[in-house]
Design a protein around this ligand. Structure first.
Ligand SMILES: Cc1ncc(COP(=O)(O)O)c(C=O)c1O
Length: 362
């Protein structure tokens, strides 16, 4: 389609064109039901079919074993920052966090509202340009859980291999890299992710939780913020975000048609390689922010010699049809978010633009 932008937005982000087209086709009359999916009861058979199929697709594509519940919750990943400690932090225990950057920091700030927290490792002194190594981890023995952020969307760092936390449940915010690669869910007690990067539009947050962690909050927790409320009711306790779940359903089918998580990982690695090579081979004109051992294959962050040059890069790129290349306002610089649905052709076009920009301004 000629007028689609090269979309490198950090989230909400690019969706597969095929998914948008199918949603468009089904928009007014959903599969012969004489109404849009948005106009249907969430208690009716048609919507319930979509709801259950979405869970099944997640189970299949992420290899979620028995003994885990899959929940659809509203309020974004930011609400999970509070729900995790409210539901999992037991008296006399501490909530341990690995401090890898902006999003980990927000999770920590929220946990502090509910009890004692501890920092198991931090890369703050390196300006969060890397993920701490396994050797740096110091997990307090009385930890209720250890929380990590699998991919720091703003800094552009990503866990390459998850740490072993023994009997302490590992909790992960996977908002910006869920389903970018195969996952061993059994390593985790709880995984959460806002949908609006790799799974669909904003409005629904996926929670994958080991059953033994459900239903035991030690403090008064509002009904809607208890995991057991959603688990007991198959995420239909109240009205779920039906349209967001339907769009997620279509994205999951698209991932399946690509060949699943392993095939998507291969494509993601090819895109990331192209971009990091363009940075590394620019003779210092472009400088990668993340330490090479911690580089994200979802958010590629880089800087240039001056902020003026970075501004010019953004301005000229926008004139060429590129969207979303400005770094997050908190850290500056440049960022290309290359989630699952960003086509290789967009990355190829960006790499060409980068070479051309360097020729003109280098
Ligand atoms: C890693 C990470 N965690 C949490 C969030 C917050 O998500 P939400 O806006 O859904 O609350 C984001 C959003 O960009 C994110 O990238």
């Amino acid at each position: 389609m000629a007028n689609r932008a090269y979309n490198f937005n950090a989230g909400p982000a690019a969706l597969p064109l095929e998914v948008l087209q199918q949603a468009q086709e089904e928009f007014v009359d959903f599969r012969g039901n004489g109404m849009s999916l948005m106009e249907m009861s969430h208690r009716g058979a048609v919507y319930e079919g979509v709801h259950r199929e979405t869970e099944q697709l997640l189970r299949e594509l992420l290899g979620i074993p028995d003994g885990y519940k899959v929940l659809f919750i509203q309020g974004g990943a930011s609400t999970q920052f509070a729900m995790v400690p409210m539901n999992l932090l037991q008296p006399g225990k501490v909530a341990s966090y690995i401090d890898t950057g902006s999003w980990a920091g927000k999770a920590i700030k929220e946990a502090k509202l509910f009890g004692q927290t501890a920092i198991a490792a931090s890369s703050e002194k390196d300006k969060y340009n890397r993920i701490p190594s396994a050797a740096e981890l110091q997990i307090a023995p009385d930890s209720a859980y250890v929380h990590l952020t699998s991919n720091e969307t703003i800094e552009g760092t990503q866990w390459q291999e998850y740490p072993d936390t023994g009997s302490v449940p590992l909790v992960a915010d996977m908002s910006s890299d869920i389903l970018c690669r195969p996952l061993n869910v059994s390593k985790f007690g709880l995984i959460y992710a806002g949908a609006q990067k790799n799974l669909g539009p904003s409005g629904v947050t996926i929670v994958i939780i080991r059953e033994d962690l459900i239903g035991n909050p030690s403090m008064p927790v509002p009904t809607m913020l208890r995991y057991d409320t959603h688990a007991k009711n198959d995420s239909l306790y109240n009205t779920p975000p039906t349209f967001a779940i339907y769009m997620t359903n279509l994205v999951l089918k698209w991932v399946k048609a690509q060949g699943g998580a392993a095939a998507v990982e291969k494509a993601n690695r090819a895109k990331a390689k192209l971009l990091y090579e363009a940075i590394d081979q620019s003779g210092g004109f472009y400088r990668g922010f993340a330490d090479p051992g911690s580089r994200s294959i979802m958010n590629v962050t880089f800087r240039m010699a001056s902020e003026e040059l970075e501004k010019l890069f953004v301005k000229e790129s926008e004139a060429e049809g590129f969207v979303g290349l400005k770094g997050h306002r908190s850290v500056g610089g440049l960022r290309a978010s290359i989630y699952n649905a960003v086509p290789l052709a967009s990355v190829q076009a960006l790499v060409e633009f980068m070479a051309e920009f360097k020729r003109r301004h280098g």
